[in-house]
Each structure stands twice: as structure tokens, then as C-alpha cells.
Design a protein around this ligand. Structure first.
Ligand SMILES: Nc1ncnc2c1ncn2[C@@H]1O[C@H](COP(=O)(O)OP(=O)(O)O)[C@@H](O)[C@H]1O
Ligand SMILES: [Mg+2]
Length: 260
């Protein structure tokens, strides 16, 4: 990475641990995550169900705080910020895309996209103008006055991407953004992310359990039991994963034979 200067570091996790507590019982989920991400990175996070992907995304998105360790986002140590400062940093720095789109049903597509700007105090007229530009970029300008339920799933996810981009945050976080979409539509959505990354240098972190989706990313981070199992080029990581899966299958076959 030739542009990996300190200024380009967008995300830095150092020995981040996260436990959930209920009835004073501690459930450790993240066991010491180290992760550095630069502007322009496109990272896929994979790992079995329960490995801590969503917990990590919540920490990255400043929706939850680590139990220990440090998280610096855009050069700011998140642990040192007040609640209000954290909300401000989050709004300036991160756009979110969810598996279930999370569009507001009774609002037009245009107003859905404009919403983050309205929250940030931008006047309605200029918020709508900027929303229209983003809708155009995801190919949906002509749907501006419709409501979400008049669009297909893939179109709704494009709207959600436009909404995530409208305030021009350096980082997009997407937790299983294609989880509710068919294969063809998923590929279209991934093409949108890829173009944003290539042409605008948009930084993206996305969680997926599908290797075909992760293959669109440049870098793969694999989690296992709350630790980073692999962090490197997506292509090599996916190849290793395939080998691991083959080993698991061979093990299961042997177990089945032994027990037969
Ligand atoms: N709010 C919570 N309270 C208690 N345990 C939780 C909470 N959220 C997640 N967990 C537990 O943490 C582990 C990791 O969950 P999660 O981060 O959602 O994994 P993934 O997204 O990889 O499936 C799971 O065992 C889950 O049950
Ligand atoms: Mg999850």
C-alpha cells in the first residue's frame, strides 16, 4: 500500500475486547482485535455465525464501545469522546447500510435519502438537491417521488446506499447488505460498491457469509471465536477458506464412517 501514511489511517483497533454482561455474568465475544484500515480500503469481514462480526461492526460504527482496548476513528480516540462528540464523529465519518434496508415507509425515496442531511441541520431545499444527486449516482433519480414499498429489494438497497453516501462520509459500513437479495441483484449491489470504491476511493467494510460476495472486496478479514484468523488479500483468504472447508468436510466424513 503506497498511500499508507498516518493521515490515511481511517480505522485503528488495538487489542479491542468486548464482553456482554447480563446478571453479572460476562460473555466475552471479541478477544483482542487488532485492525488497521486506510482510506480507500474495501474490506469484507467473514466468519461463522456467532464469531463476533456484528459486534465488531457495532464497535466500528460507534454504536457500542469496547470493554477494553482502543479504537481510533479518523484519528480520534473514540474512548475519549463524550456521547455528543461521538455522535458527531459518527455522523461525519460513517454511512450505514443494513440487511433490511431500513427505509422509512411513509416517506418519499428522495426524503429518505435526504434524512441524514436534515439530521445534520442542512436546510430542506439543499438537502433535497444533494439527495437527488446521490439518487442519480445509484441510477434511481426517476424514482424520487415514490415510496419504498413501490421499489424492488435491490432498488431499495440502492436507495439505502444513496442515503449512506449523501453526507459524503469517508467510511461505509454494511452488515450483510445482500442478505435479503437474490444472486443477480446481489451482484448488482456489489457492482455499485465496487464502483464507489474504485472511482471515489470510498472506504467500505462489509460483512457477508458468502464467498462470492466477499470476492468483490480487495481485502478479507476472517473472524473465528472473536479473533482475527486471517487478514490479507481477499483472493488468497478465500482460497484458504475453501481449503479449510474441504478439511472440515473430510473430518466429518471420517467421523460418519467411524460411527457407522
Ligand atoms: N446484546 C448481546 N447480549 C449478549 N450476547 C450477545 C449480544 N449480542 C451478541 N451476543 C452474543 O455474542 C456472540 C457474537 O454475536 P454476533 O457479533 O452477533 O456474531 P455474528 O454477527 O458473527 O453472527 C454470539 O454468541 C451472541 O449470542
Ligand atoms: Mg451478525
Amino acid at each position: 500500500m503506497n498511500n499508507a501514511t498516518a493521515d490515511n489511517v481511517l480505522v485503528q483497533l488495538a487489542d479491542v475486547r468486548k464482553s456482554y454482561f447480563s446478571n453479572r455474568v460476562e460473555t466475552p465475544v471479541l478477544h483482542g482485535i487488532n485492525l488497521t484500515m486506510h482510506r480507500g480500503d474495501f474490506v469484507a469481514i467473514m466468519g461463522q455465525s456467532g464469531s463476533g462480526k456484528s459486534t465488531l461492526m457495532n464497535v466500528l460504527g460507534c454504536l457500542d464501545t469496547p470493554t477494553s482496548g482502543t479504537y481510533a476513528l479518523a484519528g480520534q480516540n473514540v474512548g475519549n469522546l463524550s456521547r455528543a462528540e461521538l455522535a458527531g464523529l459518527r455522523n461525519r465519518t460513517i454511512g450505514f447500510v443494513f440487511q433490511s434496508f431500513n427505509l422509512l415507509k411513509r416517506m418519499s425515496i428522495l426524503d429518505n435519502v435526504a434524512l441524514p442531511l436534515i439530521y445534520a441541520g442542512v436546510a430542506r431545499k439543499s438537502a433535497r438537491e444533494r439527495a437527488r444527486v446521490q439518487l442519480d449516482k445509484v441510477g434511481l433519480a426517476e424514482y424520487a417521488t415514490r415510496q419504498p414499498n413501490q421499489l424492488s429489494g435491490g432498488q431499495q438497497q440502492r436507495v439505502a446506499i444513496a442515503r449512506a453516501l449523501v453526507a459524503e462520509p469517508p467510511l461505509i459500513l454494511a452488515d450483510e447488505p445482500t442478505g435479503n437479495l437474490d444472486t443477480r441483484t446481489s451482484a448488482d449491489i456489489m457492482a455499485v460498491f465496487t464502483e464507489l470504491n474504485r472511482e471515489r476511493g470510498q472506504s467500505i467494510i462489509l460483512v457477508t457469509h458468502e464467498p462470492d460476495i466477499a470476492a468483490f472486496a480487495k481485502r478479507l478479514v476472517r473472524l473465528k471465536d472473536g479473533l482475527v484468523l486471517y487478514d490479507g488479500p481477499a483472493r488468497e483468504g478465500l482460497r484458504q477458506m475453501q481449503q479449510d472447508d474441504a478439511k472440515d468436510r473430510a473430518m466429518q466424513d471420517t467421523a460418519a464412517e467411524v460411527n457407522a
